[in-house]
Ligand binder design. Structure first.
Ligand code: NIG
Ligand code: FE
Length: 419
């Protein structure tokens, strides 16, 4: 058995909890000064002050002692919304948007998600795995220890299955854990225009049973948006997906105000409604009262030059807010954790404590893993990061700079940076 003992953490952020934190609870990150953690194999077995845990460990030689003097120590980040497998890139679209084109106008003239479909359909599982490993190495450097990844750039049987098989291989071959989501209804290809219900039935009958049977995805997601899938079609698909045993997520209220997608997500009991730039008061109320987590994706708003989701209002209304990157080749080719922290604290009026909760325990809850990850407490998987500086206050203050020095994943040190 491997036994490791972290002691003298200047600040130990525990984020203790086994469910999502809502409203005011999001400010409580369970900070311990001069903190200590005992790890046995892949699990955390004790958390406290150095003085308390020294009494347990005493001078036992079997413990490998890790000195965290001068460092803040916290749970690994959970990036609960990404599309990190795709073929090709769309740098040209980014340039067009800088000149004034809108995301939807590019989509309407054949760009956008549909433009990623051809290079994605041409990619093999091996191609996806090679790309995925590179991208996951970058995640690890940012301190991400669990990532959610969506299919959705194939939109046909074979490619959707290949994408999900690649996510599975990546989960098995890289320290970062992958949670897979089926996003077959990601957009409407020209051949399905006007036949959205038929397309959803094709996904539900021809693709999703195999996804389920092979255990390739835990969640099902859909892009509910004007000109993509409307609310009744989305609700139809999500209800059937839930009957098949999928947990639900929704791309909700990203572009069109008053579309009713977050209300629908709460109605169907989705684990999360994501984006929410244009969420209505009623949608916010329903998420606060139900179990649906409100996931904000500030890097997408930043890249699209759109106003940020009303995270402050959501927290003040009692919502459980999670924050994720949305890494994808179009609306947001970034998974910069430092930039997310900066936008959250500087522009969305969230405190650093709320941002940390949104990216750890609430991210874990958004992928239904709050009982296993997302906090530093007894019984949880030992996914722990060390920062270069002694306080979490440096995260927004040293703006846009990656402060992660060490990453421990399932009890093992998998990344270390010499400064
Ligand atoms: O979450 N909004 C829909 N889907 C992605 C964008 C994907 C793309 O542009 O390729 C999103 O922003
Ligand atoms: Fe997305």
């Amino acid at each position: 058995m491997s036994k490791r003992y972290i002691r003298h953490a200047a600040e130990l952020v525990t984020c203790k909890g086994r469910t999502a934190k809502r409203g005011k609870e999001m400010s409580d990150i369970g900070l311990i000064h001069d903190g200590a953690v005992i790890i046995e194999d892949d699990k955390i077995t004790a958390v406290g002050t150095t003085e308390e845990l020294d009494r347990i460990v005493k001078d036992s030689p079997e413990y490998e002692v890790i000195d965290a003097t001068g460092k803040a120590v916290m749970p690994g980040f959970v990036d609960s919304h990404t599309h990190f497998l795709f073929g090709g890139y769309r740098a040209d679209e980014f340039g067009w948007r800088l000149k004034g084109d809108s995301y939807m106008s590019i989509m309407e003239r054949g760009g956008g998600i549909n433009a990623t479909v051809v290079p994605t359909r041409n990619a093999s599982v091996e191609d996806f795995v090679a790309l995925g490993l590179e991208r996951m190495n970058r995640m690890l450097e940012f301190g991400v220890t669990t990532v959610e990844g969506k299919s959705g750039y194939g939109m046909d049987h074979d490619t959707e299955i290949r994408m999900l098989e690649a996510y599975k291989k990546l989960n098995d071959s890289h320290p970062v854990d992958v949670v897979s989501t089926f996003l077959g209804p990601h957009s409407v290809l020209p051949e399905w225009k006007g036949k959205e219900r038929e397309f959803l039935d094709y996904m539900l009958t021809e693709v999703m049973p195999e996804v389920k049977e092979k255990g390739l995805a835990e969640f099902a997601d859909i892009f509910t948006e004007k000109g993509v899938f409307d609310v009744p079609d989305s609700e139809y698909y999500l209800t059937k997906a839930a009957e098949m045993g999928f947990k639900l997520k929704v791309h909700a209220d990203e572009i069109t105000p008053g579309f009713g997608a977050s209300e629908m997500a709460a109605r169907v009991g989705a684990f999360s409604a994501d984006h929410l730039l244009k969420a209505s008061d009623e949608g916010i109320r329903m998420m606060a009262e139900g179990r649906t987590i409100s996931t904000v994706l500030p890097l997408t708003a930043f890249c699209l030059r759109e106003p940020y989701a009303p995270a402050r209002k959501m927290i003040d209304s009692g919502c459980a807010v999670a924050m994720a990157s949305d890494l994808n080749p179009g609306s947001c080719f970034s998974n910069s954790i430092p930039l997310m922290i900066a936008t959250g604290c500087i522009y969305m009026n969230m405190s650093i404590e709320e941002v940390i909760t949104a990216m750890t325990i609430n991210g874990a809850a958004a992928v239904d893993r709050a009982d296993r990850i997302g906090s530093i407490e007894e019984g949880k998987q030992a996914d722990i990061i060390f920062l270069k500086f002694p306080s979490i206050q440096y995260l927004p203050y040293h703006t846009g700079v990656n402060l992660v020095e060490t990453v421990i994943k399932s009890g093992k040190t998998v990344y270390h940076k010499e400064w």
